[in-house]
Design a protein around this ligand. Structure first.
Ligand code: APR
Length: 318
């Protein structure tokens, strides 16, 4: 039997539409349903992508309803308010948590056995909301997490050393936002610690430049929003990469926002950590041997997220 690769994208805004387009262009789906409370927007996006079909791998792409999520292998949630210039992701917590609860309640009713990936911000808190409300096990519900920050980090390091971004192994963990943590202690190029590699690649390697580079990476989403009003290409590629790992049962190590239950003593929070991602979602976490300072930062971020989670009234669906 030929495997069906069915994906549902919920939210046909800038992130959802670009993600749908990216999945289609990469030929990752055989069926793609786009769902939005604004039906016209979902239909318009599906039609626009379909008009390019002669130039892509064939796929059934359409605007639909939650009933169409029945046999979806992956559901990508991109619905909700985006940030405006000057706004933090955390500012969106109340409106977007209501939207996430509503969507996941619908998925509980219709989707039989999906892996659910949340991109709506603040993504770690929205992933936690989805994990609590979903009938799916927590290994099948996670957020895009710090995979985008990790990509931005690799891009910045690649620029600094004039090598391609895929050749760099370096992660950002923790929160997608203010509480993200660059794992400098483990960053490397083909196993050579970045601290050593940087000095031979003529890069800018001093400690203060590292801080500057990281802060630029951390704030780069807002830089894009200030310049063009929104971010969507890189997050769409991030979601496509996660989808590819699930559909292909790749067991790829991706830094996604996963339910944390005991790592460094942290419990009941969703945060970016390297996870093995395959057909059933998260297979297991990779235990990073972090430096003491990185461990401390991780625990601090977890505590902030836990306080914010208290602000999300009642996780249960109504
Ligand atoms: N169900 C389905 N769709 C919804 C719902 C809902 N309950 N509520 C809102 N939407 C849809 C809107 O109709 C809109 O089409 O979500 C879409 C959001 O699109 P945009 O406003 O363009 O926002 P976008 O830039 O795509 O960002 C969406 O992703 O990366 C995050 O921070 C970003 O939280 C934001 C989300």
């Amino acid at each position: 039997m030929i495997k069906k690769n069915k994906v549902a994208v919920i939210g046909a805004g800038q992130v959802g539409a670009t993600t749908a387009f990216t999945l289609a262009v990469k030929g990752l789906v055989s069926e793609l349903v786009i769902i939005d409370i604004n039906r016209d927007k979902a239909e318009g996006e599906a039609l626009d992508i379909n008009h390019g079909m002669p130039f892509m791998k064939p796929a059934k792409i359409y605007a639909g309803t939650y009933e169409d999520t029945k046999d979806a292998e992956v559901v990508l949630i991109t619905a909700g308010l985006p940030r405006k210039p000057g706004q933090s992701r955390r500012d969106l917590i109340h409106t977007n948590s209501r939207i996430i609860k509503d969507i996941v309640t619908h998925l509980n009713k219709y989707a039989e056995d999906p892996v659910i990936v949340v991109a709506t911000n603040p993504v770690d808190l929205m992933a936690l909301t989805a994990q609590k409300v979903s009938k799916q096990p927590k290994s099948k519900v996670f957020g895009s997490g710090t995979l985008l920050d990790t990509a931005r980090f690799k891009y910045a390091l690649a620029q600094n050393c004039n090598i391609e971004a895929r050749s760099i192994s370096a992660e950002i963990i923790g929160e997608h936002g203010e509480g993200e943590i660059p794992v400098w202690s483990l960053a490397n190029v083909v196993g050579v610690p970045l601290a050593i590699y940087c000095s031979v690649c003529d890069g800018i390697c001093e400690e203060e430049k590292r801080v500057e580079l990281f802060e630029r990476v951390r704030d780069s989403g807002m830089e894009v929003i200030k310049k063009k009003g929104a971010t969507y290409y890189a997050i769409a590629l991030t979601l496509a990469r996660i989808t590819e790992a699930i559909l292909g049962d790749e067991n790829s190590v991706l830094t996604v926002s996963t339910y944390v239950d005991g790592y460094l003593g942290v419990t009941d929070v969703s945060m970016g950590l390297p996870a093995v991602v395959g057909a059933g979602g998260i297979q297991r976490l990779i235990d990073l041997p972090l430096s003491l300072e990185e461990q401390k930062s991780f625990i601090e971020t977890a505590n902030v997220l836990k306080d914010l989670a208290k602000d999300i009234e009642e996780f249960k669906p109504h």
